[in-house]
Design a protein around this ligand. Structure first.
Ligand code: 3H9
Length: 709
């Protein structure tokens, strides 16, 4: 019918195939091609039934997300799906949709406009639009409750998680699971329907699962309240529930109109733009400018992890979860046993929660070989080093590794602060050395900062990026500097949180302001969770680098001197009860009062706005430096680091995107104001100043020749 959609015939069954790689998105031309194909098949007297199927690796993964940006920026863009869906549903000949891979978003909506659906068992269906800050806009909120019932539709549209085909069969979204060849199975199914005769079943005319809207009053209220908590700051989740409620109260055509209004509101919102930025950003960070396409990857078949502490254990779990066997080395039997026990406990917890079965856990545990020696290290393709954070020890370990691993073994340090080049200098093969900075808990957090040393080879960088994908992490390549990208920015963020407490903001008010902004957790609670002693030790080690006369906070050092390291000691910024519930603690107020006296600070009322601006703009100002220095390749890399590793809200798109949204002139003015009032920590980053003055944006800034790091 066109380049993107083909129409063929197998005897009396027409077969419409979509060919729009890689994921058969509904880009301009695809809906038109399907519509023309259905019309042609409808008019062909030799055709008795129709099968719609995706070519390549999947059915339709959704509307073409690239079109959204064009629409909202007024640069064209086409999305209209209703004409094709109406043509499909109104076709008098039975139309069977055959699903493999994913039928997501507009893909599932297209499938539901067909009369019947068959799928292979590995297929997934879903309405993930909420993850892009929008709602289904092509009838998903109206047809899904008719097929699967209201509660399932709410779950799928407000949370966006995929549903495997066998579950979709149970829900009534799919009519049959096909074993063997999908097309053959779909054609056979279509023939059965043709043989039965009668008018095709239209989803829009089903009402059995909608029942009387009166019974839903309480249900919708409860669903909204739950989504307010679980989908904090994402109005699209509420809008999805509104649209499904409309399906229970309005005739189909009016429900579609209501859905369209809500879809438009969501599409033009800042949340949606931010979440779409995050979607494409996660894919963009995998592309490394300057890295030749033909670069050879090292095969990673076996790994070794040095150190079975919290980080080492978590890293080992990542490897074995991906099916890569691990030698787990510790210095003493006691530490090794403790590490293995923690891993076992974590896995047992997952089994208890039903995430996977006991045999899966057993398989994973069997992939870990505990050891106290370097025996077998000549067999591994990568060593992940996660020993105690200290330069002397790391250098000792890297020098030892030289003697026991093959020359083509990658040496990856999990250091979170130390200079990767100095670590590499202890090795005779610095080109094989790289930083793999995991985030705690390493088996949960998605971020992997990949720290490129001066000598790290292209092959080692490319293999690390590929490995991140295999470990189901978001790998972001950064340059070498103190704290790399994420922690270097986090320093000023947490510094401002402490200074605000010293100036008079209540500890829980600081946390509440950032939580309300959308952060997964406030800065004080985060400090208590990670352990305040971590920063305290680092500060002591780097005391000599402090800027004389600058206003460093004293609070956390003092809390640590009192033994208040955070949750692990039962007290930090808060006091923790036996259920780990936090409480404000007058002891902390006393500490802060003392500091005010010593520093001559007049306690003052501090509003939410100042708290948020001080913390978030501290991130942005440092981020601007990191960007200009080339530590981060692009602004989006910083955004993804913060979204995947620091609990920054997806609906704000990351710190740099957020600053662009606020307007860099406004951000810069505020930074200048803080600089005048609070001193040298707030010196505006040159790039922030430049962009503010030229009306530019971080997202559009690119390094030009001569600015390379
Ligand atoms: C929607 O449908 C709204 C409707 O209600 C209609 C309203 C009117 N569009 O992820 P991958 C690209 S909203 C454009 O690396 P995987 C992706 O950027 C949509 N491009 O592969 C990448 O490009 P590149 C609802 C898309 O195998 C390449 O394809 N649907 C789209 O790991 C490969 O992607 C969704 O939200 C798209 N829809 O995962 C589904 N999807 O190579 C979004 C992908 O240049 N997509 N691309 O970097 C996904 O979840 C995953 O891509 C999928 C495949 C699971 C399908």
């Amino acid at each position: 019918m066109n380049d993107l959609v083909s129409l063929t015939r197998q005897d009396e069954i027409a077969v419409i195939t979509i060919n729009n790689p890689p994921v058969n998105a509904l880009s301009p031309g695809v809906p038109e091609g399907i519509k023309a194909s259905v019309e042609a098949a409808q008019q062909d007297p030799a055709v008795k039934g129709i099968v719609l199927i995706g070519g390549g690796r999947t059915f339709i993964a959704g509307a073409d997300i690239k079109e959204f940006g064009k629409i909202t920026s007024g640069k064209g863009g086409r999305l209209s799906l209703h004409p094709v869906l109406e043509t499909m549903e109104n076709c008098p000949k039975p139309l069977v949709v055959a699903i493999h891979g994913t039928a997501f978003g507009g893909g599932l909506e297209t499938a539901m406009a067909g009369h019947y659906r068959v799928a292979v068992a590995t297929a997934q269906v879903g309405q993930p639009e909420v993850k892009l800050g929008i709602i289904p806009g092509a009838g998903g909120t109206q047809r899904l409750p008719r097929l699967a019932g209201v509660a399932t539709a709410v779950q799928m549209c407000a949370y966006g998680d995929p549903v495997p085909a066998p579950k979709a069969l149970e829900y009534g979204i799919v009519d049959k699971i096909v074993e063997g060849d999908l097309l053959a199975g779909a054609i056979a199914f279509c023939r059965e329907i043709v043989a039965k005769g009668g008018p095709p079943r239209k989803t829009s005319e089903l009402s059995g699962k909608l029942s009387d809207s009166g019974v839903y009053d309480f249900f919708f209220e409860a669903a909204r309240s739950e989504a307010r908590k679980k989908q904090r700051g994402i109005p699209a989740a509420q809008a999805a529930i509104d649209a499904i409620e409309a399906a229970t109260r309005l005739p189909f055509a009016e429900g579609i109109k209501r859905e369209a209004e809500l879809f438009q509101q969501c599409l033009f919102s800042d949340q949606s733009k931010a979440m779409i930025h995050a979607f494409f950003g996660e894919r963009e960070v995998a592309k490394i400018p300057g890295l030749p396409k033909e670069v050879q990857l090292y095969p990673i078949r076996r790994a070794a992890v040095l150190g079975a502490g919290t980080m080492g254990g978590g890293i080992a779990m990542n490897y074995v979860n991906a099916g890569i066997p691990v030698l787990l080395k510790e210095r003493s039997q006691e530490d090794l046993d403790r590490g293995l026990n923690t891993i076992r406990k974590n896995y047992a917890n997952s089994v208890k929660k039903g995430r996977f079965s006991q045999p899966v856990m057993d398989q994973r545990m069997a992939l870990i070989t505990p050891t106290l020696t370097y025996d077998g290290f000549d067999q591994v393709d990568i060593v992940a080093e996660a020993v105690f954070e200290g330069m002397a020890l790391k250098k000792e370990v890297f020098a030892e590794l030289d003697k026991v691993v093959r020359p083509d073994c990658i040496l990856a340090s999990n250091t979170s602060t130390l200079n990767i080049d100095e670590i590499a200098s202890a090795s005779s093969r610095p080109h094989m050395v790289i930083g793999h900075h995991f985030f705690s808990p390493a088996n949960v957090m998605r971020l992997l900062e990949i720290v490129r040393g001066k000598a790290s080879s292209n092959e080692v960088i490319a293999t690390s990026m590929d490995l991140a994908r295999r470990l189901k992490k978001v790998g972001v390549l950064v340059g070498n500097c103190m704290g790399f990208c994420g922690n270097r920015m986090f320093g000023p963020y947490r510094r401002e949180a402490q200074l605000l407490a010293e100036e008079g903001a209540a500890v829980d008010a600081i946390d509440a302001a950032l939580y309300e902004f959308g952060m997964a957790m406030g800065p004080m609670a985060t400090g208590d969770l990670a352990g305040l002693d971590v920063g305290w030790r680092i500060r002591k080690e780097y005391k000599h680098l402090e800027i004389p006369g600058a206003n460093y906070p004293d609070a956390e050092d003092q809390l640590c001197e009192m033994g208040r390291y955070g949750q692990k000691t039962g007290a930090g910024w808060y006091r923790y009860d036996e259920n780990r519930k936090r409480h404000m603690d007058p002891e902390v107020d006393k500490v802060l009062e003392e500091i005010r006296k010593k520093k001559g600070i007049q306690k003052r009322e501090i509003g939410k706005e100042e708290i948020v601006d001080r913390l978030i703009y501290a991130l942005v100002n440092e981020g601007a430096r990191i960007l200009e220095e080339g530590i981060a390749l692009r602004a989006v890399d910083i955004d993804i680091i913060y979204l995947a590793g620091y609990g920054f809200p997806a609906h704000k798109g990351g710190p740099m995107w957020y600053a662009d949204t606020v307007g860099l002139k406004k951000v810069y003015d505020r930074v200048v104001e803080f600089h005048q009032r609070l001193g040298r920590f707030w010196e505006p980053a040159p790039l922030l100043k430049k962009l503010a003055e030229s009306g530019g944006k971080f997202a559009e800034w690119t390094r030009t020749k001569g600015q390379e790091a």
